[in-house]
Design a protein around this ligand. Structure first.
Ligand code: NI
Length: 168
């Protein structure tokens, strides 16, 4: 199996727009398998390929609810509700930091499954939030970019720890 390791805030790959995949090849399936493994080991409920050092449009999601396990290639949000709700979010790439993010409560997501078949997912509540969080990663966007000023201020000291330049 491919060996992947987590990338943390400050790693430039997290800020890059990830590349779209033309086809779901055996190599892509191997990547998905390695991402599942990394997500499970890290006890996450979602992981995007850039967090594992790969600039490719792949996400894996497991909310721990029955039937809410997905691996998606080139996922896209095709509809989002006007209704939004807050949720305290964290990220495997910013360990120990949590803050409240307001996002649409309900979205529809399109993408390919690992068989290369186009699927559409109706996502509500936690699943909707995780899908949006992971798809943001593919565009170089982190949950800390979506905080209201007051929330951002609260966690800024913790963020500074990650992005502080290493002194010689
Ligand atoms: Ni994340």
């Amino acid at each position: 199996m491919k060996k992947l390791r987590l990338r943390y805030l400050g790693d430039p790959i997290l800020r890059k727009k990830a590349r779209k995949l033309d086809k779901v090849t055996p190599s892509v399936r191997e990547t998905v398998e390695a991402m599942w493994d990394l997500m499970e080991k890290s006890k996450g409920i979602g992981l995007a390929a850039p967090q594992a050092g790969l600039s490719q449009r792949i996400i894996v999601v497991d909310t721990r609810e029955d039937g809410e396990q997905y691996a998606l290639i080139n996922p896209e949000i095709v509809w989002a509700s006007d209704v939004c709700s807050p949720l305290s979010e964290g990220c495997l790439s910013i360990p120990g930091v949590e803050a409240e993010v307001i996002r649409p409560s309900h979205v529809r997501v399109k993408g390919s499954n690992i068989q290369g078949k186009e699927i559409e997912i109706e996502a509500k509540d936690l699943l909707a939030k995780v899908m949006q969080h992971e798809i943001d990663h593919l565009n170089g966007v982190l949950f800390i970019d979506r905080l209201e000023d007051r929330e951002k201020e609260k966690i800024q000291p913790e963020l500074d720890r990650f992005e502080a330049p290493v002194s010689a």
